[in-house]
Design a protein around this ligand. Structure first.
Ligand code: ADP
Ligand code: MG
Length: 365
């Protein structure tokens, strides 16, 4: 299985209606499925470049329809023990946060709240179908990577370690050491936590202009299914990456240049990883940034979906082309879809105090 790469072109915003549209979704001749993005060659407008993806969503695509086509089918796999990673890549202002988080109105809700809603629903169904023999627990972690440092968004900004949290490899996966995890009962519970955490992100942002477009935000949803002593754990990771624009072209002050370098570095390392994997290189430079260590593209077992967000405007031309180049190469990445193993909890010690019946038998699963 390879990384599934889909493109989503956002509509024009109200203040852009008079602007020049240069990006369009298309299909290969006769084919019904929309799989191409077409964009003019900036050096010769008479010429057009085409990029092929697994699917292309045009500006009329609703939040619901994107979710139904691209994410909902994988909720089942998540419960079968596969890890699912969904990440949004693209230039700032192209709709990454809209796609992942979305708006507050029901119809505007993005991938994340819809995923959680589906996970809770499926969890309740499993508990019901097994008459409670299987319990499903959902726990959240939420953090950002800013200047190659990891900050816990479930902690209040003043309680965070300024130097960030370290990473460690465990069972072939990269984990953030000391990251907090909150158990979540239902969608309401999730929304409260998520809103609060996003506010934490905004609080930090007031000091640093446009902070959110320069950090990677990662929401980790851990699903634990327990039947007797058998425990199956899998995670869904939803990642809203920093903007992929080339900051050398924008007028940055000194402080912003340091940030840009770190952000650009991680996105640059990501594009190098994508290139190395698609060339079949032995050495993939994952370890050169925290974001790529966490993303572990092509390394982690499971399902990976990359959503390339695009704005159709001419003012984004060069950055759009560069993001199209990076993401169209990502299609060649193979991901092994391997279920996480079921682990068995150690048997609870038999109760020591003998009852009148001569010692209770602990129930065998
Ligand atoms: P990014 O996170 O990539 O910087 P945003 O998600 O903040 O971009 O989107 C930029 C603007 O475009 C926001 O005002 C957002 O509401 C709007 N927008 C993005 N995608 C869509 C869409 N599919 N439909 C309607 N508005 C959108
Ligand atoms: Mg954003």
């Amino acid at each position: 299985m390879s990384v599934r790469v889909v493109a989503r072109i956002r509509p024009l915003l109200e203040n852009e209606l008079d602007k020049d549209v240069i990006v369009r979704a298309d299909s290969v001749a006769e084919d019904k499925a929309t799989t191409l993005v077409r964009i003019p060659n900036p050096k010769n407008e008479a010429e057009e470049f085409s990029f092929a993806f697994n699917s292309v969503y045009d500006l009329a695509t609703s939040q619901e329809s994107l979710f139904t086509s691209e994410v909902a089918p994988h909720v089942k796999s998540l419960f079968q023990g596969l890890d699912v990673t969904i990440f949004a890549y693209g230039v700032t202002g192209t709709g990454k946060t809209h796609t992942m988080r979305g708006g507050l109105r029901l119809a505007e809700r993005g991938v994340i709240p819809r995923l959680l809603s589906n996970v809770f629903r499926r969890g309740r169904k499993i508990a019901k179908d097994t008459s409670g023999d299987t319990t499903v627990e959902v726990a959240l972690s939420y953090y950002e990577i800013y200047n190659d440092k990891v900050y816990d968004l479930l902690e209040a900004p003043d309680k965070r370690t300024p130097s960030g949290l370290p990473l460690r490899e465990k069972d072939g996966k990269t984990v953030v050491v000391g990251l907090s995890e909150r158990s979540c009962e239902d969608l309401k519970d999730f929304e409260r936590l998520y809103m609060e955490a996003n506010k934490n992100r905004v609080t930090a942002a007031t000091k640093l202009n446009a902070h959110s477009s320069r950090s990677h935000a990662i929401l980790r949803v851990k699903v634990t299914q327990t039947t007797g002593r058998a425990v199956r754990e899998s995670t869904a990771s939803c990642i809203d990456l920093a903007g992929s624009e080339d900051n050398r072209r924008t007028d940055n002050g000194k402080e912003r240049l340091i940030e840009s370098a770190a952000i650009n570095k991680s996105l640059f390392v990501l594009s190098q990883c994508i290139d190395a994997i698609s060339r079949g290189d032995k050495r993939i430079p994952y370890r050169e940034s925290k974001m790529t260590r966490i993303l572990s593209l092509g390394q982690n077992n499971g399902i990976t979906i990359m959503i390339l967000n695009l704005a159709p405007l001419r003012s984004y031309h060069l950055d759009t082309l560069s993001s199209l180049n990076v993401s169209s190469r990502a299609k060649r990445i193979e991901v092994r879809a391997v279920e996480n193993e079921v682990v068995y909890k150690p048997q609870a010690p038999a109760p020591r105090a003998p009852s009148a019946l001569g010692g209770a038998m602990s129930r065998q699963p």
